[in-house]
Design a protein around this ligand. Structure first.
Ligand code: ZN
Length: 428
């Protein structure tokens, strides 16, 4: 079977315009004009009509097959004959093409992991392996967009013998499939300079930042401290709504105090803090959720974007609270330096983060969009480096004061390894 016959089969139920472009591209490839062929395919992707996502994916997949062929897996025609016997429809073609590209990408991923990486907080290359994290583990990884943010596409491309002609969009799809289907693991390393835990995995900082900007619209609604309506993670929202109650127990009366919630999301904690008489300020990289918080709560005194967080004046906040946000922000020192700066002397912090615990070679609480992790000691050191004295560091079910609450926190099994840190900025 010649290449053209295979193509006609492959594209049997594809729109005529798409078919013409792909046929032209393969003809160019046959003459060795790979560059122009890729241009034709990219133009075709751009012009694909609305509702033709399947065709877009088929094209992205075909580009992947071409790339695979350039890596020595055989010419495109042979691959196509092997993978697509006659009569397959577009969805099965798409599925098996992505699977094939996934296998091919897995090798590149392993090479990229072996190449190592530096600490995302301080840039130091000195580190030691403390365990292994499964990249496809955890609820977060069921979401394609979440899985995709881990990948520095350019780093993966650099691990290839040649630069493959694949669009970043196509790579994101394939990369997230890779995470979901390959059960890849990456070493978790601890930085010898700053103590941070991070994955030995190429992280794309721009995609990480954009990921939160593009996050889905919130689906839960708030009425005071009551959370009603549909929430993507009602259990998480419930537990988050409980945190300010503990903050109040640990830090005392909040009324009249300016409290900043670092990573406020859709405002669950802000609503509770306001119920307690605090003057809440929300900050989140996820601008959509933060705007929703402002609208839903009618809060005028809000700041959302990272630049505005870093532009807040010195000593304007009495308390900074944060619930499961720090593990999403690789620049820990920069973030906590700003927390210390905006706190008034004697101001307090109350942070909850998951504990990354190496046990049996498996690292918990990392992977997905948990880009970094903490041990109890390194968490304490991060705050103390910024002049914040740690008054309480509860790590594990026996110590966490929220677990003493019979109404819920401990029942959320995913939170059983939470750490809660309470600290005070020095008064001088
Ligand atoms: Zn470091």
């Amino acid at each position: 079977m010649n290449q053209n016959a295979v193509l006609q089969q492959l594209l049997a139920d594809t729109a005529p315009a798409v078919k013409a472009s792909v046929t032209q591209a393969f003809s160019l490839i046959g003459r060795g004009d790979t560059g122009p062929a890729v241009t034709v395919l990219r133009e075709c992707l751009k012009d694909a009509p609305a509702g033709q996502d399947g065709h877009r994916l088929v094209l992205a997949s075909i580009v992947s097959v071409i790339a695979a062929s350039r890596l020595g897996d055989g010419p495109p025609a042979e691959l196509l004959v092997r993978e697509y016997p006659a009569g397959k429809n577009v969805s099965s073609i798409r599925r098996s093409t992505v699977e094939m590209a996934t296998r091919w990408l897995a090798d590149a991923a392993r090479r990229a992991i072996q190449a190592g990486t530096t600490c995302p907080n301080c840039g130091s290359a000195a580190s030691s392996v403390v365990g292994n994290a499964t990249l496809s583990g955890g609820a977060a990884m069921t979401d394609i967009a979440t899985a995709g943010i881990l990948f520095d596409i350019r780093a993966l491309q650099a691990a290839m013998p040649q630069d493959p002609p694949v669009t970043v969009r196509g790579w994101g799809t394939i990369a997230s499939r890779l995470v979901q289907s390959m059960s890849l693991t990456a070493p978790a390393r601890q930085c010898e300079e700053c103590g941070l835990l991070y994955l030995q995995w190429p992280m794309d900082r721009e995609r990480v930042a954009q990921y939160y900007v593009d996050f889905a619209e919130p689906s839960s609604t708030l009425q005071g401290t009551e959370v009603t309506g549909q929430s993507e993670n009602l259990r998480a929202t419930y537990v988050k709504a409980k945190f300010p109650e503990f903050v109040r127990k640990l830090l005392g009366d909040l009324s009249g105090r300016r409290v900043l919630d670092l990573g406020c999301g859709e405002g669950t904690m802000l609503a509770c803090l306001r119920e307690y008489g605090a003057k809440p300020i929300g900050f989140d990289l996820d601008v959509k959720r933060a705007r929703y918080a402002a609208l839903a709560l009618g809060l005028p005194d809000m700041t959302f974007e990272a630049e505005r967080f870093h532009a807040l004046p010195d000593s304007v906040v009495d308390v900074v609270v944060s619930f499961h946000a720090l593990e999403h922000i690789p620049e820990v020192d920069r973030t906590l330096a700003n927390v210390a700066r905006i706190l008034r002397p004697g101001g307090r912090v109350a942070f909850a983060v998951p504990r990354a615990i190496p046990s049996d070679g498996k690292v918990l609480g990392m992977g997905g969009d948990h880009l970094i992790g903490f041990t109890p000691l390194c968490l304490k050191n991060f705050f103390e480096r910024q002049g914040i004295t740690v008054n309480l560091l509860a790590a594990g079910p026996d110590q966490n004061p929220m677990h003493a609450d019979p109404s819920g926190h401990a029942r959320w099994s995913g939170m059983k390894d939470d750490m809660i840190l309470v600290g005070t900025k020095s008064a001088s």
